[in-house]
Unconditional design. Structure first.
Ligand code: ATP
Length: 300
């Protein structure tokens, strides 16, 4: 099973929650195995195997599910330098050649280091958010019918398959619309590892809520009547980002109980005893709603 495979490479004392990512253990393990495991082996072993590292992967799924979070955390685990992050729409430029130039720049540091150090070069991670904005099926008129989208895809392809194959690059593309991505980009050697990051199930939601309430619990500003298990059951279809929004909304209701409404706004004296309680979370539930109506059955 997915989980058994995960256990093979994850140390027993390692907790995903400690990294601040909830409900994505299996996905994380797969990403690590496919895109990173080969990178922690000495180059000699990789040469013997006659393989190349995975140079690209695609994380796809609804917004706010932790795609960026996971990409950054994985970079940290590998001691990679701070990833370069770029947004699809940011790259697009109406001036001829400027979008390609933006892509070229993205790879420039890695290329320079690879020329100097070869396989001893550190790993360069490039996170490409909203990839669909520039990498729609070629000929589909992405980039406002200017053909800019086509040349961006071509430029990315040439960086990934280039004659001087860079072995020190990992391009992590992200999208909410995998179906929009040009097929040519998804072939082996390119964004070859494709992982769906879907909305969390009930267990995942519980983990995520635990992460986002960890601090208030530790600092004893959360009442004992708050049960994250109960909240997880009540938050079907919530993304991680929405669960984090729920926690914030709940704290606002707790603040509200301590605000004196009068001619001058002020807080009451008992504010030092402020705690976020179950009622605050129930109020938050009537305020924060999930954007996507996918049912749990569909997710399973
Ligand atoms: P988008 O598609 O909109 O770029 P994304 O999938 O990259 O979204 P993130 O930016 O990683 O989503 O998530 C936004 C925030 O929501 C995170 O910084 C985090 O606070 C919270 N969050 C999302 N998913 C999780 C999760 N699985 N565990 C814990 N927190 C999460």
């Amino acid at each position: 099973t997915k989980r058994a495979a995960a256990n093979a490479i994850i140390a027993p004392d390692f907790k995903f929650e400690d990294m601040g990512i909830g409900g994505l253990d299996a996905e994380f393990s797969t990403i690590f195995r496919r895109a990173f495991a080969s990178r922690i082996f000495p180059p000699g072993i990789i040469d013997k195997l006659g393989i190349m590292h995975v140079k690209g992967m695609l994380l796809y799924g609804p917004p706010g599910t932790g795609k960026t979070l996971i990409a950054r955390q994985i970079g940290k685990m590998l001691n990679a330098r701070e990833p370069k992050v770029i947004n699809g729409p940011e790259v697009l430029n109406k001036y001829v050649g400027q979008s390609e130039e933006n892509i070229r720049k993205l790879f420039a540091d890695a290329e320079k280091e690879y020329k100097e150090k070869g396989d001893e070069s550190g790993l360069h991670i490039i996170i490409f958010d909203e990839l669909d904005a520039v990498c729609k099926q070629r000929g589909s008129g992405a980039g406002g019918g200017t053909g800019v989208g086509d040349s961006v895809v071509n430029q990315l392809l040439s960086k990934l398959d280039g004659v001087d194959q860079l072995n020190n690059i990992l391009l992590i593309g992200m999208t909410n619309r995998k179906d929009m991505i040009d097929d040519a980009l998804l072939r082996p050697g390119r964004l070859e590892v494709q992982i769906e990051i879907s909305l969390p199930d009930e267990f995942g939601r519980q983990q995520i809520l635990k992460i986002h309430t960890a601090k208030m619990k530790e600092n004893k500003v959360m009442s004992d009547d708050v049960d994250v298990g109960e909240l997880a059951a009540l938050t079907k279809n919530f993304s991680g980002a929405e669960l984090s929004g729920l926690v914030k909304s709940a704290t606002s209701f707790a603040f509200n109980r301590h605000i004196k409404v009068g001619t001058m706004a002020g807080v009451s004296e008992d504010v030092t005893n402020m705690k976020v309680n179950r009622e605050d979370f129930l109020n938050a539930l009537s305020e924060v709603k999930p954007a996507f109506g996918v049912s749990d059955e569909e997710l399973e």
